[in-house]
Design a protein around this ligand. Structure first.
Ligand SMILES: [Fe+2]
Ligand SMILES: [Fe+2]
Length: 155
């Protein structure tokens, strides 16, 4: 398994949870809060671990450097809206619209990593190199997830 297979399997959770959240009503406060918390913690840890482990590798080569910048910038946009969503009560009238706008950015970003960045990186970098990143990624990701879980608060 290489780093892209690993991150793609996590993307499936983001798709599943964000689809569910988009279908909730303003009255489903508890469901929305629970799903949002799961998404927030795993997605934030996922972004941070990608930035720590994958992005520096993509920066090494001229043909993938642009992707490193793209990942960082797309994460920034998604993280910014996720932070706003975390602070705002989930039954506020604009919460769901804000969430759906974040989801459009997220869906686009997941597709970029899977359809565009992964194939190019597999052309450029050795298979063993991309496989060796999995352990580092998993360790980084799970440490960050633990920290986020213990510090999580919802506005
Ligand atoms: Fe990702
Ligand atoms: Fe990402």
């Amino acid at each position: 398994m290489d780093i892209f297979q690993e991150i793609t399997s996590e993307h499936e959770d983001f798709r599943k949870w964000s689809e569910k959240i988009a279908e909730t009503t303003d009255r489903a406060v508890k469901t929305r809060e629970d799903l949002f918390k799961k998404l927030y913690i795993k997605l934030t840890a996922h972004h941070e671990a990608e930035e720590e482990v994958l992005v520096p590798v993509l920066r090494e080569h001229e043909d993938t450097k642009e992707f490193a910048i793209e990942i960082d910038e797309e994460h920034d946009v998604i993280d910014y809206i996720m932070e706003e969503l975390r602070k705002l009560p989930v039954n506020e009238e604009n919460w769901l619209m804000k969430f759906k706008i974040m989801k459009e950015q997220l869906d686009h970003h997941l597709e970029d990593e899977e359809e565009e960045i992964a194939p190019k990186a597999r052309e450029i970098f050795e298979k063993e190199r991309l496989e060796s990143l999995v352990d580092k990624y998993e360790k980084d990701m799970s440490e960050r997830k633990k920290k986020l879980e213990s510090n999580y608060t919802k506005g």
